[in-house]
Design a protein around this ligand. Structure first.
Ligand code: FMN
Length: 308
């Protein structure tokens, strides 16, 4: 059988399939539907310093080819997370990645510091790419501000790897990716949802209350593959920094496409809402695909496609 393990920082995932932040529960509640021993990792809901109630409903709309959401980082806040959720991490049968978000450097650092103390959490994903809050792209939109933030966070993550989750919204995000890597990122997650708008033509109102939300699902997949390809080829490959390709993976072929474009692992979000057991199925099909390519390890296929 082909070798499917993937290494992010000092952590080895048993396979490259990762459940994306905010789409598998706060702390892997999707375990009630699937056996987590068949996937590489779960990422928690993004946790902030203070509790957040999120945006007003309606917060989700189903669209052709995906969904639009503006949850607005609703979460219980880090104190409650540490008390009530973090103790569950060690019992999940997979690697746990803690996702953090914030509205200023101090807030990010305090959540990172708290995550650093949780035994069952092996890596921390820094979400600087939420399109659904007024400050969600404050740091992810500017390479300089991003570097300042990540340098501070890196200092408190004394025993966890740091993953940085970027948005495609700035267009060319290679400078942002380079900034994250120079500031100590052990891996990149590309991409978050894409700022988008949907209008109900009868009511002439937006389909979600906030107006603009984040699009996810099949319709964003080609955009995500383009970002992964460009960042891998021009920034991450030489730095030897792995990418978790995320966006619109609905089928194992979408995951394989990410691998060819330069991702070492693949995040699955919206697809789990359609079919919660899709992630382990994709992991199995990817293993078969690697073997059919005549490869002993999936790593041989990472970035094996490149535009001239
Ligand atoms: C309902 C919903 C909630 C999400 N919550 C978060 C979150 O808390 N933190 C985060 O970094 N990304 C969040 N995301 C973005 C996903 O992790 C993922 O990056 C995005 O949906 C693209 O992947 P997909 O097309 O496979 O869903 C959320 C997405 C959805 C649909």
């Amino acid at each position: 059988m082909a070798e499917m393990q993937v290494t992010l920082g000092n952590t080895t995932l048993r396979n490259p399939v990762v459940l994306a932040a905010g789409t598998c529960g706060v702390m892997g509640e999707i375990k009630d539907a699937i056996n987590l021993k068949n996937i590489g990792a779960i990422i928690t809901k993004s946790i902030t310093q203070e509790p957040r109630i999120g945006n007003d409903p309606v917060r989700i709309a189903t669209l052709k080819g995906g969904m639009l959401n503006a949850i607005g980082l609703a979460n219980e806040g880090v104190d409650s997370f540490i008390k009530n959720q973090s103790t569950k991490a060690g019992a999940l049968n997979t690697t746990v990645i803690g996702s953090i978000a914030g509205d200023c450097i101090d807030a990010y650092v305090s959540v990172a510091n708290a995550m650093n103390s949780v035994d069952g959490i092996e890596l921390v994903e820094v979400n600087v790419s939420c399109p659904n809050t007024s400050d969600g792209l404050e740091f992810g939109g500017c390479p300089k501000r991003l570097a300042t933030l990540l340098t501070e966070i890196k200092q408190v993550l004394t025993n966890k790897g740091m993953i940085v989750k970027l948005s495609a919204a700035p267009g060319d995000i290679r400078p942002h990716a380079a900034s994250a890597i120079h500031s100590g990122a052990d891996a990149l997650t590309l991409i978050n949802t894409i700022p988008s708008l949907a209008i109900d033509v009868e009511t002439k109102r937006t389909k979600i209350s906030r107006g603009v939300g984040g699009a996810s699902g099949a319709m964003i997949h080609p955009a995500a593959v383009r970002v992964v390809h460009d960042v891998y080829r021009d920034v991450a490959k030489d730095a030897n920094i792995p990418i978790i390709g995320t966006g619109g993976t609905m089928h194992w072929k979408d995951a394989a496409e990410f691998i060819l474009a330069g991702a070492s692992a693949v995040g699955i979000g919206t697809a789990s809402f359609v079919n919660p057991s899709i992630a382990p199925n994709i992991a199995n099909k990817l293993t078969d695909w690697v073997a059919r390519q005549g490869c002993r390890s999936i790593s041989e296929l990472v970035g094996s496609f490149s535009l001239q």
